[in-house]
Design a protein. Structure first.
Length: 409
């Protein structure tokens, strides 16, 4: 017996939802349509009010102007407004009556004009106040977007606008801004993860190399040539470690500082001077300072890196004899200022900006040097920006530089 084919199975349900068809543009409650309806309605209401007021004032003026300025009593014409002469001729009497009526009509028109102007002034004040209130209500989503953007720039990327309301241009802008923040947050999270992984992957082999080299150099039976080669490799390894530390610190300091604590710049500068004093004595450079208390909110480790980099550069890039470095801290209006000035070679003004670029040095670029890896000023600028401040370099008269770091309190 032939087998009966199985009934066809129902097609699988789609796993995606069809995109809802958007209404025509002219049916969407866009800002343009809402503002058109709002201000058109305001003009219509203001026109109706003004027309009604003018109508009432005109009716009152016509009522006053239609009152007869004279009365006929016992066959004689009397008036409290017009001056009639009982012995005047009919022509003179008619001229006086016409003049009196015209005067009364002009007085009614003047009253209508004055009251209309007062009504117009009153409606203008009300219209401006109502327009100001409605404009603030319409533009309030823009203020919300601006405040959120300011908080994101000053703190972290986890905030969102999440604007409610009609599907208009402002909501579309807010949704686009939220999507951009999502992408930025993912990018910064990936960057932080990369920095953490690179910190481990790069430091570990360099630490192993340093340990192996130190073990071989500690062998008393090692030949002099091998020891000299080991010292050269050890110096190269140390330079690589400094480069890795500088790059990782530069990557971390590009972001805004989220966790802030009170930090005294004078204490930070004092520790930087203590760490650099030995090198300064070897180079014959005198370090002096006037450190006044200047407390700010920030990251103490990164701020100490600013002071240390500036003082080290000031010591290393100095004159061979009778050189000096001066470090001062002070508290100005709304800012704490750290100034590091030193003697040294003459620096052209057009080369100042190049000093803050990574791997750039005075009149050299990506070249070997025993004075550093070329990241000190780049790190200092990134840390200052992360704290909402700035660093400015100026050529000193007679040679050297004046580095000024300004940080908000």
């Amino acid at each position: 017996m032939p087998s009966v084919p199985a009934p066809p199975t129902a097609p699988p349900k789609p796993t995606w939802e069809p995109k809802q068809q958007e209404p025509p543009y002219w049916l969407r409650p866009t800002i343009r349509i809402r503002l058109t309806l709002l201000y058109g309605g305001m003009f219509l209401i203001a026109g109706i009010l003004l027309l009604s007021i003018i109508y009432m004032l005109a009716a009152q003026a016509l009522h006053v102007g239609s009152e007869l300025p004279f009365k006929i009593v016992s066959g004689q014409v009397t008036s409290d407004v017009c001056n009639f002469n009982e012995k005047s001729t009919p022509d003179a009497f008619n001229a006086a009556m016409n003049s009196c009526v015209n005067h009364q009509r002009q007085q009614a028109l003047d009253t209508l004009l004055n009251r209309s102007l007062l009504a117009l002034v009153g409606l203008s004040v009300i219209a401006f106040a109502f327009g100001y209130a409605m404009a603030g209500r319409v533009l309030s989503p823009l203020g919300r977007i601006t405040r959120t953007a300011r908080r994101v720039a000053g703190t972290d990327l986890s905030r969102r606008i999440e604007l409610d309301g009609p599907d208009d241009e402002l909501k579309e802008l807010a949704d686009t801004f939220d999507e951009m923040l999502d992408r930025l947050e993912r990018a910064f999270t990936a960057q932080q993860r990369f920095v953490g992984n690179a910190s481990h992957e790069l430091r570990t082999p360099l630490a192993i190399n340093r340990t192996l080299l130190e073990v071989h150099l500690s062998d008393p039976q090692a030949p002099p040539e091998l020891k000299q080669l080991g010292k050269t490799l050890l110096a190269t390894n140390e330079r690589s470690e400094q480069l890795v530390e500088g790059l990782l610190l530069l990557a971390r300091s590009d972001n805004q500082i989220v966790e802030r604590k009170p930090v005294d710049l004078s204490e930070v500068a004092s520790r930087a001077i203590d760490q650099t004093r030995g090198e300064a004595e070897e180079r014959g450079v005198e370090i002096r300072g006037e450190l006044a208390p200047a407390v700010i909110q920030g990251n103490g480790v990164l701020l100490e890196r600013i002071a240390l980099n500036l003082v080290q550069n000031a010591v290393r890039y100095n004159i061979p004899e009778q050189g000096w470095v001066e470090v001062t801290t002070e508290l100005q209006t709304g800012h704490a200022v750290l100034v590091v000035s030193n003697t040294g070679p003459v620096v052209p003004a057009y080369e100042i900006d190049n000093l803050f670029e990574p791997f750039r040095r005075l009149r050299t670029e990506r070249t070997g040097s025993d004075k550093g890896v070329g990241l000190g000023l780049s790190i200092a600028r990134s840390v200052a920006r992360a704290h909402g401040g700035r660093i400015v370099a100026e050529p000193r008269e007679g040679g050297g530089l004046v580095m000024r770091v300004s940080l908000p309190v």
